[in-house]
Design a protein around this ligand. Structure first.
Ligand code: FES
Length: 323
């Protein structure tokens, strides 16, 4: 797990659509940034201390710059507003290395379904699939044309034949997803990213069409209320030890590990604080975590060698962390 932060310079900042800014990030010292594969995202450390995740939208063949797009969401917890109002060209920012929970899978066909700002990882996938000569189609649904970013890139001759644009206020552009799924060849992989309602709609259509769960890939950065990890009455106190120093800290029954450690002078960066983003991911050297996140896979949970301390707890009286 490489959690070391990278300092980047905002090499370009463009208003790409209504309420969307696109940032180009270059290594502050020059040179290449870490390579990434389509579907990867970074943590962006925002002015004011918030950390937010953004998918990389650019061509993964280029590592001189990362491209991200940020939707202004006034109802959110403040990250997008800070990004819109306080980041300017030539600012220095810190980012995590790219992480990828949404990789492309080799397949006879790929169906990319983007809702709104969810186009970002899917544009990156489309560029890669097009470069590889693979069969794919990208459907990009937006409320209006004015709110759609990257229309120029999607209109490029190499991509345009693979792209469908769908706008809520242009009824003749409506997506017929059932028809699209009906003609998808066996083995097609479906990738969806967008608002929760859009993801639910796509999942419903894909399941109704008989698409196997293993062929459906979802990227999201928010949870439904019902999915959020919540404290339970069975939660008990336990201890956490830092492997590097041997120091031991008490974690009360009613406080998260990250909060209790922070109060005692040990800082672990957090973002979502509900187990979906992976920002707080920490190695476990000894003891068994009580995993409560949706970030790690079942196999990763079973390995018990890393966990998300923002929401997870302990099944053993003590956890020794790789800190
Ligand atoms: S802060 Fe997002 S998973 Fe812990």
């Amino acid at each position: 797990m490489d959690n070391s932060l990278i300092t980047v310079r905002v090499a370009d900042r463009q208003v790409a659509a209504q309420d969307i800014v696109v940032l180009e990030l270059a290594a502050a010292q020059g040179g290449a940034l870490p390579a990434f594969a389509p579907g990867a995202h970074i943590d962006l450390h925002l002015p004011g201390g918030l950390i937010r995740q953004y998918s990389l939208a650019g061509d993964c063949a280029r590592t001189d710059r990362y491209r991200i797009a940020i939707l202004r969401e006034p109802q959110s917890r403040g990250g997008s507003v800070a990004a819109h109002e306080r980041i300017q060209r030539d600012d220095l920012l810190q980012i995590s290395p790219p992480r990828n929970r949404f990789p492309l899978v080799p397949a006879p066909g790929s169906l990319l379904l983007a809702g709104g700002i969810g186009v970002t990882p899917l544009l990156c996938m489309a560029l890669k699939l097009q470069a590889d000569g693979a069969a794919f189609h990208l459907h990009y649904s937006c409320r209006t044309r004015a709110r759609a970013a990257f229309l120029d890139a999607l209109a490029a001759p190499a991509l345009a034949a693979h792209v469908g644009l769908h706008f809520d206020d242009e009824p003749d552009t409506q997506l017929d997803l059932a028809a699209e799924l009906a003609v998808a060849q066996p083995g097609t992989q479906l990738y969806v990213c967008g608002p929760l309602g859009y993801i639910d709609y796509v999942l419903g259509q894909a399941r109704a069409a008989g698409m196997p769960e293993s062929a459906i890939h979802i990227e999201r950065f928010a949870l439904d209320d019902a999915e959020r990890p919540v404290p339970t009455e069975q939660d008990v106190a336990f201890q956490v030890q830092l492997a590097s120093t041997g120091e031991i800290f008490d974690i009360p029954a009613d406080e998260s590990i990250t909060s209790a450690l922070d109060r005692q002078g040990v800082f672990i960066p957090v973002s979502c604080e509900e187990g979906i983003c992976g920002t707080c991911l920490t190695g476990v050297v000894e003891g068994i975590p009580d995993h409560r996140d949706t970030y790690l896979t079942d196999e990763e949970h079973a390995a018990n060698d890393q966990f998300t301390p923002c929401c997870s707890r302990a099944r053993t009286p003590k956890l020794v962390l790789d800190l």
